[in-house]
Design a protein around this ligand. Structure first.
Ligand SMILES: [Zn+2]
Length: 89
């Protein structure tokens, strides 16, 4: 397995992991907002919505960085992105 990974582009792996973490952070915030809405905590929803928009921006920037790297480095490979962590309960 180590030989397979070492033959891959490590920068692409780093960018893919960064993208995965950003998307996971965004998804967690969306879930938190949903929970706050269900509890009727509108002020908290508005505050967390700003953070959520920032997280969306970070995820989009990470996606673009990965896309640009793949295009410039021609290193796209068929492995899927790492799986996000288990869903919170
Ligand atoms: Zn690359």
């Amino acid at each position: 397995m180590a030989d397979v990974i070492s033959s891959r582009c490590l920068e692409r792996l780093r960018l893919a992991n960064d993208y995965n973490q950003c998307v996971h952070a965004y998804a967690t915030l969306v879930q938190d907002i949903r929970d706050l809405i269900e509890c009727g905590l509108q002020t908290e929803v508005e505050m967390l919505s700003r953070t959520c928009r920032t997280a969306w921006g970070a995820a989009e920037a990470a996606r673009l960085a990965l896309f640009r790297h793949e295009a410039n480095h021609n290193c796209r490979w068929g492995l899927s992105l790492p799986k996000p962590q288990a869903k919170r309960v």
